[in-house]
Design a protein around this ligand. Structure first.
Ligand code: LCS
Length: 400
């Protein structure tokens, strides 16, 4: 809606994307319909030709989905967004839109496991090449670039190591070689990091995580800041078919209203927990963007408004000790996924990143003992008590 450019982010969370609807509902209604009635044959024909604006079929456009898309586009500072059936649908649609046989991708090595597997196994079948790099070391990205590089694909902070990538340097490099910088912004979300501000060309999310925030939806989104890109991506998504459905779009739009509030509380909790872990004698190391010990702390502070909800750490004693911890927590839930109101803990090497080649995984510093902890909105004191109790269960013999 006009005028919203001047609102602060927390106000935008509540109001963005909400339009005017029949009967004046405060919340966009759910248009739970697959198709839309034409007034007559000529009307149907003119909608298909694009001579008139209107809805045709929900894979192409739907008012509930559009309301949510407009909200996310505004929150990210883009111009248009495309709701997808999952984060992986957003990622595969993006590669389908930007790449052709013979092209090359430079991809961060610490990304969600199936993203790297998709590039390394499925897209290579179509003669698309990929080089994985430690993206926290910018010179590795520069060295990996070739004449046929069309996409720099970055996830920052990376899943699950939380390695941070300098987005401005990547955007400048992409512009200099006529490639696109694609950023998976799932871990931080627009309340914390807005990649377009640093020059990204495409921003995408698994909305299954913090954008929806309540662990009850699987969905994704692609945000664009160029109208020609939007037209291309929309066509590809429409042909590939991985669109979101109206009910899930409604739930995500509802979740967005509290995005800023949730991320503040989660970041505040995570900082306390990261400090607790860093000072605990049974902890080998902690990776959290808010700790000065994070190797890319300065870059993170330049890119982030808050420090986020994700912590990675290793218990002394490696995987066995980590397993004891995961089996001993009571308030945190042992489950994959992240960014929801409930605290989750999981083991990437055997769970989210199990599909990755072991050598690639270890090179990306996703060690066998790494534990990933997604901080929710519970009391930080309760969460720390829970971790303290679980760490007490790690036997001293396991520490060798
Ligand atoms: N990008 C990131 C950074 C992710 O963490 C995930 C899922 C995806 C994309 C894919 O999204 P989806 O298709 O599942 O909506 N990450 C998961 C994780 O770390 N645990 O379980 C899923």
């Amino acid at each position: 809606m006009s005028g919203y450019k001047t609102l602060e982010f927390d106000s935008l969370c509540v109001h963005s994307g909400v339009g005017e609807y029949e009967h004046g509902p405060v919340v966009p209604p759910i248009y739970q319909t697959s198709t839309f009635k034409f007034e007559n044959a000529a009307h149907g024909g003119s909608l298909f030709k694009g001579e008139q604006q209107g809805y045709i079929y929900s894979r192409m456009a739907n008012p509930t989905i559009e309301a949510m898309e407009n909200s996310v586009a505004q929150l990210e500072g883009g111009i248009k967004a495309l709701g997808c059936s999952s984060g992986m649908a957003a990622i595969s649609t993006t590669f389908m839109a930007l790449l052709k046989a013979g092209d090359h991708v430079v991809c961060a090595e610490s990304v969600y496991g199936p993203t790297s597997t998709l590039l390394a196994t499925i897209f290579t079948k179509f003669d698309i090449q990929v080089t994985f790099v430690d993206s926290s070391n910018f010179s590795e990205i520069t060295k990996a670039v070739r004449t046929n590089t069309k996409v720099l694909y970055m996830e920052t902070p990376g899943n699950p190591t939380l390695a941070i990538t300098d987005l401005k340097k990547c955007a400048d490099l992409a512009n200099s070689i006529n490639a696109k910088l694609v950023v998976d912004n799932t871990f931080m979300g627009p309340a914390i990091q807005r990649p377009f501000e640093f020059g990204a060309h495409v921003v995408l999310h698994s909305m299954t995580k913090s954008l929806n925030g309540h662990a009850d939806v699987v969905a994704g989104i692609i945000v664009l800041n160029d109208m020609n890109d939007y037209k291309l991506f929309r066509k590809v998504l429409n042909q590939m078919g991985g669109v979101i459905d109206p009910f899930n779009a409604f739930l995500v739009h509802r979740g967005l209203k509290t995005l800023d509030l949730r991320m503040r509380k989660m970041s505040e909790n995570a900082m306390k927990i990261a400090q607790f872990l860093e000072n605990h004698p049974k902890i080998e190391w902690v990776s959290y963007p808010g700790l000065k010990s994070h190797p890319q702390y300065e870059i993170g502070q330049n890119q982030h408004r808050m420090n986020g909800c994700m912590i990675s750490f290793e218990v002394k004693g490696g995987f066995e000790a980590g397993e004891t911890l995961m089996n001993s927590v009571k308030l945190a839930t042992l489950a994959v996924s992240l960014g929801g109101v409930e605290t989750l803990v999981q083991h990437p090497a055997s769970m989210t990143h199990a599909s990755m080649d072991k050598e690639v995984r270890l090179k990306a510093k996703i060690t066998d003992g790494l534990v990933r902890y997604s901080v929710g909105i519970e009391s930080a004191d309760d969460l720390i008590d829970d971790l303290e109790h679980a760490l007490n269960m790690v036997k001293i013999e396991e520490l060798v």
